[in-house]
Design a protein around this ligand. Structure first.
Ligand code: NAD
Length: 503
């Protein structure tokens, strides 16, 4: 481990870390692999000042020129895939395929930004009244801040800054302090692609940096992704000072398994959706609702089989299907939830607590855990665990299963496994959740749509990336013009401007 403290990226260059810092760990080994600076409010102000200074000329840069930088960026990202996915696996711990999946989905957002001239062209109406034309345009906001979580160190930053920048804003990103290196490389590659200095800045840090961004008068808007209590705080604090805020929060995603479903496929889909990334995904399925006891018995049997055979291990082993949890604290928290589930009376069918990996005894590995007979009053049902713990709940009918989902605090993603088109259509139409899968366990919208949940999974009303992000990162302005012919004298008009009705 070098003595250097990972710092920031401000005004086109790396800034050495000074002052407060925090350790960064390799979750597979439990070893401290570096330290990252915790930006002071002065460092944040420096980044915001750099972004504010870059804004006037960036906002005037034609969208086509901005898009061309994004074309080059996409190419550079692809050429740096290995480098970036290795950083993700080292600091986050997810297995190599999973890191690649995350990174590819981030590149899709960059591809979408290449359509900037089309996305920003606005609307024009000629002759809205005699000799008068009117148009609406999307103007950038100014300095925008992004605050991101640990679980997608490349994807979530890529949801934010490419769209914000291509819309003409300048940006300050505050990534998670648990896996901070990816963002710095993403920013350096933007410079290499031709982005002017100061348009994208990265400050590493914790609450102090977040609070400095929320208090800054120059920050016009904030995109946040993280846990619901933090999302609520960021939303309340940011909007109270007049900022535009979108804050995406936590989740408890349910999958319904209907009696007519292809049970083998549904069980395999549930395995991947529950235990992929060790359950550290906001779209992970953490509750399987089986309609009828017969279905439940079959699903439990198949999941038990699959979970027992799953290969848990470090990303360095190509056979690993699931890696460690992010930190020792988070590992202890998830493990404690398994103890709580047992105390609450749920049946622990697969117990991952005793998993021991030779050579990785200090890593934060928890094996897959499966609970049956979970009921809605239990904490393991109500609270987000964010680990490899799947709860199976039994319901008597589709309506009962849907009522469970609708009554839950969160509404991020959900899915139904069925062969019945009518049931699927009814579910898609009525369920109170933002992203819905029909035989698709992780219905993460592609880049041409937008990503967001309902209820306490999202504060604000515009989703991340896709068409909603053009609305979030721009302000609509509507202009109305006329060019009176020279020499024509006009009388004062005292009526409200209108086109007279026919007599
Ligand atoms: P977190 O809320 O602890 O941290 C997110 C960011 O907020 C980090 O940059 C962190 O430094 C900062 N932060 C943490 N506590 C803060 C505080 N008190 N005040 C100000 N800033 C603070 O979240 P996490 O543990 O990094 O990520 C996991 C959570 O994120 C889960 O709840 C997961 O569901 C959620 N998540 C949601 C989505 C979504 O799209 N809805 C996507 C990914 C993750």
């Amino acid at each position: 481990m070098s003595d250097e403290i990972l710092g920031h990226f401000i005004n086109g260059e790396r800034i050495a870390g000074t002052g407060r810092s925090s350790a960064v760990f390799n979750p597979a080994t439990g070893e401290a692999i570096g330290r990252v600076a915790m930006a002071s409010s002065e460092t944040v102000a420096r980044a915001v000042d750099a972004a504010a200074a870059a804004f006037p000329s960036w906002r005037e840069t034609p969208p086509l020129k901005r898009a061309r930088i994004m074309f080059r960026y996409k190419d550079l990202l692809e050429r740096n895939t290995r480098r970036i996915t290795e950083i993700i696996t080292r600091e986050h711990g997810k297995v190599a395929d999973d890191a690649l999946g995350e990174f590819s989905r981030g590149i899709e957002v960059v591809e979408y930004t290449c359509a900037a001239p089309e996305l920003l062209k606005g609307e024009f109406a000629k002759n809205v009244s005699a000799g008068i034309d009117s148009w609406s345009e999307h103007q950038p906001l100014g300095v925008v801040a992004g605050i991101t979580p640990f679980n997608f160190p490349a994807l979530v930053p890529l949801w934010m800054f490419p769209m914000a920048i291509v819309c003409g804003n300048t940006f300050v990103l505050k990534p998670s302090e648990k896996d901070p290196s990816t963002s710095l490389v993403l920013a350096e590659l933007m410079s290499e692609a031709g982005l002017p200095d100061g348009v994208l800045n990265v400050v590493n840090g914790d609450k102090e940096a977040v609070d400095a961004l929320l208090k800054s008068r120059e920050v016009e808007a904030v995109s946040f992704v993280g846990a619901t209590p933090t999302a609520e705080y960021v939303y309340a604090t940011g909007t109270a000072s007049g900022k535009r805020v979108q804050a995406l929060g936590g989740a408890k995603n349910h999958a319904i398994v209907m009696p007519d479903a292809d049970i083998d496929n549904a069980a395999n889909a549930l395995m991947g959706a529950a235990y992929g990334t060790s359950g550290e995904r906001c779209m992970a399925i953490s509750v399987a609702v089986c309609v009828g006891d017969e279905v439940a018995e079959k699903v439990v049997g198949k999941l038990k089989d699959g979970a027992t055979r799953m290969k848990v291990g470090p990303a360095s082993d190509a056979a690993s299907e699931m890696g460690p949890l992010i930190t020792r604290d988070h590992f202890e928290k998830v493990r404690a939830y398994v103890d709580i589930g047992v105390e609450e009376g749920a049946t622990l069918v697969v117990d991952g607590r005793e998993l021991a990996l030779q050579g990785y005894e200090d890593g934060y590995f928890l094996g897959p855990c499966l609970f049956d007979h979970v009921t809605p009053d239990m904490r393991i049902y109500r609270e987000e665990i964010f680990g490899p713990v799947l709860s199976l709940v039994r319901a008597a009918s589709l309506e009962d299963a849907m009522a469970l989902i609708d009554d839950h605090e969160f509404g991020n993603g959900t899915c139904i496994f069925t062969r019945d088109g009518e049931a699927a259509r009814h579910f898609g139409n009525r369920i109170k959740v933002g992203m819905v899968g029909i035989n698709v366990p992780l219905p993460v919208p592609v880049a041409v749509h937008s990503f967001g949940g309902w209820k306490r999974s999202l504060f604000g009303d515009l989703y991340a990336y896709g068409p909603d992000s053009v609305r979030f990162y721009t302000r609509r302005k509507t202009l109305t013009q006329r060019w009176p012919s020279g020499g024509v004298r006009e009388r004062a008009q005292f009526s409200f401007p209108n086109t007279p009705l026919e007599a």
